[in-house]
Design a protein around this ligand. Structure first.
Ligand SMILES: Cc1cc2nc3c(=O)[nH]c(=O)nc-3n(C[C@H](O)[C@H](O)[C@H](O)COP(=O)(O)O)c2cc1C
Length: 422
């Protein structure tokens, strides 16, 4: 029975996976797959809030697309049998040049919300940045991170409220809970016009209208989890602010009423008086502001357009890395925040002069797609991608990554294009 032997040699059945989350993840190959899963599992309004950007979403698109315009110039035969992507970020060694960016309202994706993301980050030994607009409190997140037994860095992101006393109180709580670093977000003088949210009348927490009811019925797993867990609130300001999320608000109105537009470079002194640790400015979008950040003695800047959610057609962060790194001459750390979807993107940003990269949607999609395991999967995927890119470009460590390892495609094509006469 030769045919039976042949058949047996080619048939391979996967074992039956009993865990639903693992079964889901078994079919995931990259972050785009996680995004598709998130889209399937979340009500449309919630998915669009996470996935969308401002106005025509040009910055959102370019943040990602510009990485594909950067080509590697790999070297071979360089003995890459030992790969170590460790770097030092704000004085602490970490396994990868990666920081989890702040993303508010994580509980709209999964009932564990920020706790799940903080635990996954801690297990990976990476800094997790809790947003001011978190749906889990400063103290809860610190406890969740520590429960992993890892001493991973915790960062706290600050939106500057009109009520400066409230900001001072949040900073004090962050310090007492063991956060290392604050990240001041400076690209939100007003809220960007996110037109997907405008169309859907998106509010926080999600309000129940006829549309959301139908949306909810079409996504029963999410709806059931949402209904069973305690109400979603802005956990850091519960009882301290008239708008703590216990009533439905539109994000636009909330920001207008609560956050100051008057923030300026002068306020950095106030932060220095109220925070002893490192300070990162997130939302720098040009070389001049990067220079100013250096002059006022900041520790780091995140080149960012808020993941394309604020000023549309602001530059893609990866385009700013080289000119900014050159201008600040290593006096402060430079993070590239926006559009990172693969480990190779991280290596490219480091090659151009970034100390590390920040990711937002990568962990938000993952959380929505598969909860804490999803976030773990996404961080592992980025780690493997970095290691693979290092090996395939002939580098054993991040110190070996340098500007000659990448080239912009357009610039290269222009310089090698022959004129008609030649
Ligand atoms: C759903 C969502 C919520 C966000 N919330 C915040 C926030 O509360 N504070 C903040 O500084 N940035 C916030 N951001 C921006 C991220 O910190 C980060 O800049 C952006 O996601 C990076 O782009 P990427 O999503 O392409 O990685 C948010 C982004 C998303 C997608």
């Amino acid at each position: 029975m030769a045919w039976l032997k042949t058949l047996r040699s080619v048939l391979r059945f996967r074992g039956v996976e009993l865990d639903a989350v693992e079964r889901r993840l078994a079919r995931v190959a990259n972050l785009e797959d996680l995004r598709r899963l998130a889209r399937k599992r979340l009500p449309r309004g919630i998915f669009d809030y996470i996935d969308g950007g401002a106005e025509d979403e040009l910055s959102l698109e370019r943040n990602v697309a510009r990485f594909s315009e950067l080509e590697f110039r790999p070297r071979v035969l360089r003995d890459v049998s030992g790969i170590d992507p460790q770097v030092t970020v704000l004085g602490k060694q970490q396994p990868l040049p990666l920081i989890l960016a702040p993303t508010g309202f994580a509980r709209i994706a999964d009932p564990q919300g920020e706790l799940a993301v903080a635990r996954a980050a801690a297990r990976a030994g990476l800094p997790y940045t809790l947003s001011t607009m978190g749906t889990r409190s400063i103290e809860e997140v610190a406890a969740a991170s520590k429960s992993t037994g890892r001493d991973a860095p915790l960062w706290f992101q600050v939106y500057v409220w009109k009520d400066r006393g409230l900001v001072a109180e949040l900073l004090e709580r962050a310090r007492d809970a063991g956060y290392d670093t604050i990240v001041i977000t400076v690209d939100t003088a007003v809220l960007g016009r996110r037109e997907r949210d405008v169309r859907r009348g998106f509010t926080l927490p999600p309000k129940a209208g006829l549309g959301t009811l139908v949306d909810g019925l079409l996504h029963p797993a999410w709806t059931w989890a949402f209904l069973r867990s305690e109400p979603i609130v802005f956990a850091n300001v519960v009882g301290k602010n008239s708008e703590d999320g216990s009533d439905v608000v539109s994000l636009h109105e909330h920001m207008e009423r609560q956050f100051t537009r008057a923030l300026s470079w002068k306020d950095i002194d106030w932060f220095r008086e109220h925070w002893e640790g490192p300070i990162v400015l997130k939302g720098i979008q040009c070389v001049a502001d990067a220079r100013q950040a250096r002059e006022v003695g900041l520790d780091a800047i995140a080149l960012s357009n808020h993941g394309g959610r604020q000023l549309d057609t602001s530059p893609a962060p990866i385009d700013l890395v080289a000119p900014v790194a050159e201008a600040v001459e290593g006096a402060l750390e430079v993070y590239c925040d926006g559009g990172i979807r693969r480990g190779s993107d991280i290596v490219k940003a480091v090659a151009l002069g970034a100390t590390a990269c920040m990711v937002g949607r990568a962990h938000f999609y993952a959380l929505a797609a598969a909860g804490e395991r999803g976030v773990e999967w996404a961080l592992d995927f980025l780690d493997q991608g970095v290691r693979q890119s290092l090996a395939l470009t002939g580098c054993s460590s991040m110190e070996e990554v340098h500007a000659g390892l990448v080239a912009w495609r357009v610039a290269r094509e222009a310089s090698t294009r022959k004129t008609p006469e030649s």
